[in-house]
Design a protein around this ligand. Structure first.
Ligand SMILES: [Zn+2]
Length: 337
């Protein structure tokens, strides 16, 4: 009898122990995640408030961050545009940290306030932001439609064209006659041929320049690198080609805003416009990359909506000219004369 009781006792103790393990385990597994969630929600809320503050009142710092973003953007092949979002996130958190630092150091002396007021005024004075719409790879079957939309809205843009046959000559002419800027984008747009050597690069530009001059009477002096100056396809360091452009006084322009029309085919027009608007709101001067290609019909479809949206938000839409800031992924100054 005593033996059974002892065995029974040991069994009960074991059961009691198991129960404890289960109860404590359960508590840990439920309470810890709940507490963590509450804490994280609180942090998110706090950071959101700080971000709002950083973006709304701290214009100066934000602009500084913008230039760092541009610097970061310039180091990447923006053709795929994938890095842009992570860069933006990094900069947003940097901006939050900066603003909380400032809060901690007490930014409330009168002098500081006066300075803030002043910079706010300055900010308002140059509130008009400029957008340069650019179309690469044309002329195409859509050039006429693009030109029609631009004309109907009295908007001037920039076309970085390639070499096409006589069927397209009227489009080169219309681009020039209707007040748009015409720029070069290689004759062949075949990367392996164009970038093969500085000679092939120069030969294609000369051939294209001659063609445009012959057809339109205008000799183009601006250029866009196929794939951007940050492209990974050229076999030689990009500086070799930049040196050629510098020597021939040809300015090249990359972009700091892109619709993504050539990255993902079949994006809805609204999506293309959204992509552009997300980029342009971050810069005083935005060069927008779009394509005048047979495969990018949504660009044509989105153009009216894009112009309406930009105008309604107060942007000035301009063609690239000598006053346009050189937005370049790899700066032309990186190459010594
Ligand atoms: Zn191109």
């Amino acid at each position: 009898m005593a033996k059974i009781t002892r065995a029974e006792l040991a069994r009960r103790r074991r059961i009691a122990l198991y129960k404890k393990v289960i109860i404590y385990g359960f508590l840990i597994m439920t309470i810890v995640p709940i507490l963590t969630s509450v804490f994280l929600l609180y942090r998110v809320n706090q950071l959101e408030k700080e971000l709002e503050y950083a973006l709304s009142e701290d214009g100066g710092d934000y602009l500084t961050l913008q230039s760092s973003r541009e610097a970061l953007l310039s180091g990447q092949d923006a053709d795929n545009g994938e890095l842009a979002d992570s860069t933006r996130t990094v900069l947003s958190s940097a901006s939050v940290e900066k603003s909380s630092e400032e809060k901690l150091t007490g930014k409330d002396s009168r002098e500081e306030t006066a300075k803030d007021e002043q910079s706010k005024d300055e900010k308002q004075a140059k509130a008009v932001k400029r957008v340069y719409l650019t179309f690469d790879d044309g002329p195409s079957i859509y050039t006429g439609q693009i030109l029609d939309v631009l004309a109907a809205n009295d908007v001037k843009a920039t076309f970085f064209v390639i070499g096409r046959d006589e069927k397209y000559y009227d489009y080169y002419r219309r681009i020039v006659d209707e007040g748009h800027t015409i720029g070069m984008h290689s004759y062949s747009h075949v990367y392996q041929d164009f970038y093969k050597s500085v000679d092939s690069f120069g030969d294609e530009l000369t051939k294209l320049s001659d063609l445009i001059n012959e057809v339109t009477g205008v000799r183009p002096n601006i250029f866009r690198f196929p794939g951007g100056s940050s492209n990974n396809v050229a076999p030689l360091p990009i500086e070799n080609y930049i040196a050629y452009l510098n020597e021939h006084n040809i300015n090249y322009y990359d972009w700091n805003s892109l619709s993504g029309d050539a990255v993902t085919s079949g994006l809805a027009p609204e999506q293309l416009v959204d992509n552009i608007m997300n980029d342009v709101e971050k810069n005083d001067d935005s060069i927008v990359l779009m394509h005048d290609l047979q495969t990018t019909h949504t660009t044509v479809e989105s153009l009216q909506l894009l112009i309406d949206t930009l105008k309604s938000e107060g942007y000035e839409i301009l063609p690239i000219d000598a006053d346009t800031p050189l937005i370049q992924h790899v700066s032309c100054n990186s190459v010594e004369e």
